[in-house]
Design a protein. Structure first.
Length: 767
């Protein structure tokens, strides 16, 4: 059986009240662009829905590919879970022929859905990486997982595809399992498995014949052991490996030759790890834990040491408000454990007992020439000494276990003494002890060599990870050789390297971080290898000399503002592999005149071509369409980008309901716009910098006007706003210096005075 396209499901969900049968009380939750909140996988797309009956949110799963026996399996799973009361699972309901979809993919028009409570949380792998330097959080996660493993072991059913991506961590730290496609329940006894689970977490010998209540045993033991190991030694976790923790499919298949197992042996001094390590090996040898009590997973609950309760390097407004200053003006947390803001004095000694030097603590403390870090400090935050131009040397004590993104960016540091067993330093840079991550280049390259005209730096071939901001603002760096050992280029890694003109990214690199090459003003060309799948947000922001770039067929994701301000970029080919084009991805690419959007693209963010030279878009896509003026979602429901910059006037089609964020940004020749009665939503910055726009009438259908929607419309003299509008965003009419009147319905002044800033109240005219 064929199923509808995702774009066809989206259109059906927009009119959920008309297209759903039993679930007609559900409405789609919309994002800031007015599109349904959704996520998609290999076999299904999931929409976030809200009930008009009880206000609760639900996940509505719609299938895009056929799986034999799936409908009957979901009926059996729903029947089983109806009587299961546990926070680890979410009850589901299977509804056959529930959703009407007008589709060209097949002759059917009614399709099944699965509905369950919407779970707010993040995936287990993301939680681990976000809390990598919070040992207590990792210990509690291990404890919570073992509780869930113990419970699941005692049940007559099994999940079937246990992996970090299918385990969500709620705000309170509790866990819940999602995605029940591969689940086993007793009523399925004797059947074959519909899927075998993720290769990195299933037993190496598992086949479709293995389908019973024990198919999770190996996965539970493997994940529990890995979480415990990471909580003891976070440095074991490699960077940039998706939802993989420590062990890969290859490790599980060949334990004797697995490199990671050699690093696990020193952890056996921990009783909890010793127990879970033994469980893993037992499950590996026998494939099940059928002869093992579920209580074996129960480990001791970690007790949080009050002294270590907060080792975050982040500083909040509340933290600054409650901070305590010393006699030099430095700001500490009330308990004295965290240095929030350093002192801008020539010599400063951080207080003994301080555990954390927070992010940007000494930001542009240009008077600081000498500092003492006590041996109580364990964490040095991101950019901690950014801009300390007078600071030429520093000593890192052996107590330090965490160093954030290049703490010495824009500083005068030329010498680092480091006695920590976790880090290493040479005359050029700071590394992790194993030489695999370069944290900071702390001498400008022109200072490195006898030949002072040289401005090169060769990264050692032991390095696998170029850390966040490692080379940021190395203004004399003109060329660099990245060895084949490197797999990960971190966030802002080369940001601000204004002389860097060209270099080669080796085929070993799989990850290019956010802002990795932003403000590399001299970078003229670059080739991205086909090992890369993701181009991060602002990756090439303001690379003004970049005239050509090759995006390989491996790339699926182009991030927000990825090529913003690349003024010399005249052509680019988006390959058929790309599914995601981020917000304002090509904003300000003045020389880019045309672009083709392939059929593979399923997501286009806020006007990717805002302020660019694009005047022609070819769109061979089932989810979007373009005419000679603009780019829309299919059916012209949402206007994404108006690219006919020479047009003085434009009539928005009657089909449009949403004017997207930044849709008409910098259309400075547009003097007249007609908005039809179909429009209900005007997005953020939708008409900002339309400097020729003199007047505008907003129809009675509009309810929402976004932030800065008409900002910098310097010729806009009057505007009419109807009573239907219930939201006007911040700075919606900022810098509209010619605005003399805002016409509103009679009797609505109080309402609009609440929505508009006080300086516009005198311009309100009731009519």
């Amino acid at each position: 059986m064929n199923y509808p396209l995702i774009s066809e499901y989206v259109e059906a969900i927009r009119l959920a009240e008309e297209n759903l049968e039993q679930l007609a009380h559900l409405r789609p939750v919309l994002d800031s662009d007015g599109n349904p909140v959704m996520s998609s996988g290999n076999f299904a797309v999931v929409f976030k829905m809200c009930s008009e009956q009880d206000g609760r949110c639900y996940a509505l799963k719609c299938f895009i590919k056929d799986q034999q026996g799936r409908n009957e399996s979901y009926r059996l799973i729903a029947d089983e879970l109806e009587f299961v009361s546990s926070d680890f699972l979410v009850p589901i309901k299977f509804c056959d022929k529930e959703l009407f979809v007008d589709t060209d993919a097949c002759s059917e028009t009614e399709f099944p859905v699965v509905v369950m409570d919407w779970v707010e949380g993040i995936t287990l792998d993301r939680y681990v990486r976000q809390n990598l330097h919070d040992q207590h959080a990792l210990q509690m996660l291990t404890y919570q997982f073992c509780r869930m493993a113990s419970w699941l072991m005692s049940q007559p059913f099994a999940h079937g595809d246990l992996k970090p991506d299918n385990i969500l961590v709620r705000d309170d730290g509790s866990l819940v399992l999602v995605d029940y496609d591969g689940m086993y329940v007793p009523a399925m006894q004797g059947q074959k498995a519909r899927e075998l689970g993720s290769p990195d977490y299933r037993h190496p010998a598992r086949t479709e014949e293995d389908f019973n209540e024990h198919i999770d045993d190996f996965s539970l033991a493997a994940i529990a052991m890995q979480l415990c190991a990471i909580s003891i030694d976070p440095s074991l976790l490699p960077a940039g490996q998706g939802d993989t923790l420590l062990l890969s499919e290859a490790d599980n298949r060949d334990l004797p030759n697995s490199d990671i197992h050699a690093h696990l042996h020193p952890l056996l001094s921990s009783p909890d790890f010793e127990r879970l390590y033994a469980l893993y090996h037992l499950a590996h040898a026998q494939q099940t834990l059928s002869n093992t009590s579920f209580r074996t997973f129960l480990i001791s609950k970690p007790q949080k040491n009050a002294e270590l309760r907060n080792l975050s390097t982040k500083v909040t407004a509340e933290g600054r408000k409650n901070g305590v200053r010393d006699e030099f003006g430095a700001l500490y947390s009330p308990d004295g454990l965290r240095l929030l803001k350093g002192a801008n004095v020539a010599h400063y000694h951080i207080r003994q007992g301080t555990r954390v030097i927070c992010d940007s603590a000494f930001y542009w403390s240009n008077n600081l020439s000498f500092i003492t870090i006590p041996d109580s400090v364990t964490h040095i935050g991101d950019w901690a000494f950014d801009g300390c131009e007078s600071l030429s040397s520093i000593t890192i004590p052996d107590s330090v276990t965490h160093i954030g993104a290049n703490p010495f960016v824009n500083s005068g540091i030329q010498r680092i003494e480091c006695n920590s067993p976790l880090f290493r330093v040479d005359e050029h840079a700071l590394y992790t002890k194993d030489n695999k991550t370069i944290i900071a280049l702390f001498i400008q390259p022109i200072q490195l060599f006898f030949d002072e005209s040289s401005s090169d730096f060769n990264i050692p071939n032991t390095v696998t990870h170029i850390g966040d901001s490692a080379f940021a603002d190395c203004k004399s760096l003109s060329s660099i050789i990245i060895p084949d050992s490197v797999t990960h280029i971190g966030d802002r890694a080369f940001s601000g390297c204004v002389r860097l003109s060209s270099f080669t990214i080796p085929d070993s690199v799989t990850h290019i971080g956010d802002s990795a090459f932003s403000w590399c003003e001299s970078l003229s060309s670059i080739t991205i290898p086909d090992s890369v799948t993701h181009i991060g947000n602002r990756a090439f922001w303001c690379c003004e000399s970049l005239s050509s770039i090759t995006i390989p067929d491996s790339v699926t994701h182009i991030g927000d503002r990825a090529f913003w301000g690349c003024k010399s970029l005249s052509s680019i080919t988006i390959p058929d592999s790309v599914t995601h084009i981020g917000d304002r991805a090509f904003c300000g690419c003045n020389r880019l005149s045309s672009i083709t959007i392939p059929d593979s693209v399923t997501h286009i963010g806020a006007n990717p071509f805002a302020g660019s030279g694009v005047s022609k878009i070819e769109c061979y896509n089932s989810a979007f369409e373009a005419d000679e003026h603009a780019l829309y979602t299919k059916g012209k429901k949402t206007l994404i980008s108006f690219f006919n910059k020479s047009a003085p006037r434009f009539f928005i089609p009657d089909s449009v309901t949403h004017i997207g964020n930044w849709a008409f940004y910098v259309c400075d020749r547009l003097s007249s716009i007609t908005i039809p009665d179909s429009v209900i939503h005007i997005g953020d910055s939708a008409f900002s910098w339309c400097k020729s726009l003199t007047s505008i009438t907003i129809p009675d259908s509009v309810t929402h006007i976004g932030n800065e929607a008409f900002s910098e419309c310097t010729s806009l003299s009057f505007i009419t706003i109807p009573d239907s509008v219930i939201h006007i965003g911040d700075s919606a009419f900022s810098w509209c210096k010619s605005l003399t009147s805002i016409t509103i319905p009679r009797g609505s002044r109080a309402k609009f005075e609440r929505m508009l800033p006080s300086d516009l109240h005198s311009k309100l005219i009731e009519q």
